[in-house]
Design a protein around this ligand. Structure first.
Ligand code: TXA
Ligand code: MG
Length: 337
């Protein structure tokens, strides 16, 4: 299949800053791996959200990621690796980290671990920390891309910093066209919220970010409770510590039980009367389905120009914890815009 250029130009006339959006077939993945090995940037699908990938062993490639996202460089990135064996070359695994990796990889779990001697994830990707965040994604395209690249791939969500995470290739294009080399398109992301991040550097594993695997599932595997998230907005050792994150243009009114005039509605479980301005994350009240719909529905409502989006209450159980975390950040005061 021939690549689509985002502004319709032909290859000969392209400035190098143009971004190609291509279906994630074998040829495209091979080319994407070449781009990554040469220090370029490729957005690719994972089961959680689309990632903005660069060679995790290259400080200059990682600098390019920060530049493309407009992300403050003190925020460390997740290095995506092919399997547990590759992860063991990068980090020191405690027995509990090993257990979680065996159980949940490939999948939407990120482990923060001490850097191994000989680890190749560059200092900039770790934001200078002596720990590294690792994930083995479960999405086939992501897996094939990592294997073809033969190096860990650093990849934050493929959006401009502070904006909503992309769960479709078109969302990536909206934010990053002209800023990266290529977007691999493999359709919508099935999970829809980012990975759960667990730090295994202290005595008790700590939940740094709720995400695509519930706290409960992890605690069952560990056989004990996770340490809580550190409150306050201190140093960003955990994700999205900047007050405003995942921000739509519209303001959000959380835990709303009724719609006010002129508002858009983000429903859960059919609280609001069905209407043209209402989208339901899950009519049956299923948090897994709601997570998969979260960023897509928010984008649709945002694009309709509502000043305010009322969000129905969502229980904190299962993936509800991750959904409520993202909604709280999306509703937070913006620094300056
Ligand atoms: O599902 C996901 O995790 C997606 C897909 C693309 O894999 N990636 C993602 O990356 O959400 P990002 O960069 O948006 O979030 C990673 C978070 C960062 O905000 C950072 O705070 C945390 O992981 N992190 C990375 N390295 C860390 C470290 N050494 N210690 C503590 N937190 C770390
Ligand atoms: Mg992000």
């Amino acid at each position: 299949m021939s690549p689509t250029f985002l502004n319709g130009e032909t290859e000969d006339t392209l400035p190098s800053s143009l971004t190609r959006l291509v279906p994630a077939d074998a040829a495209a993945i091979t080319e994407a791996a070449q781009i990554l090995r040469a220090g370029g940037l490729v957005a690719f699908p994972t089961e959680t959200v689309y990632g903005l990938g660069g060679d995790a062993t290259s400080d200059s490639a990682v600098a390019g990621i920060y530049a493309a996202k407009g992300r403050p460089s003190f925020n460390p990135l997740i290095a995506h690796v092919a399997n547990l064996a590759a992860a063991r070359q990068q980090a020191v695994f405690t027995p509990e980290a090993e257990l979680l990796a065996q159980f949940f990889w490939p999948g939407p779990l990120t482990l923060v671990l001490p850097v191994a001697e000989g680890g190749t994830v560059c200092a900039l990707a770790r934001a200078g920390l002596e720990t590294v965040a690792l994930r083995v994604p479960g999405h086939e395209t992501a897996h094939r891309l990592i294997a073809a690249t033969g190096r860990p791939i650093a990849a934050p969500s493929a959006n401009i910093s502070g904006r909503m995470s992309p769960v479709a290739a078109a969302h990536v294009e909206e934010d990053l066209a002209g800023r990266i080399d290529m977007i691999l398109d493999a359709g919508p992301c099935p999970v829809g919220v980012e990975s759960t991040i667990i730090s295994c550097v202290e005595d008790v594993p700590r939940l740094l970010r709720p995400g695509g695997i519930s706290r409960n599932a992890i605690e069952i595997v560990l056989g004990r409770a996770l340490a809580g998230r550190i409150a306050g907005d201190g140093a960003p050792t955990s994700p999205g510590q900047l007050a405003s994150h995942y921000a739509p243009r519209a303001r959000l009114r959380l835990a709303a039980r009724e719609l006010r005039t002129g508002e858009g509605g983000l429903d859960f479980g059919g609280i609001f009367p069905p209407a043209e301005n209402v989208l339901d994350l899950s009519h049956s009240g299923d948090t897994t389905e709601a997570a998969a719909n979260l960023f897509r529905h928010l984008r649709v409502l945002d694009s309709r120009g509502f000043d305010m989006i009322a969000v129905a209450p969502i229980p904190d159980t299962s993936l509800g914890e991750a959904i409520n975390d993202r909604l709280a950040r999306a509703a937070a005061e913006r620094p300056s815009e």
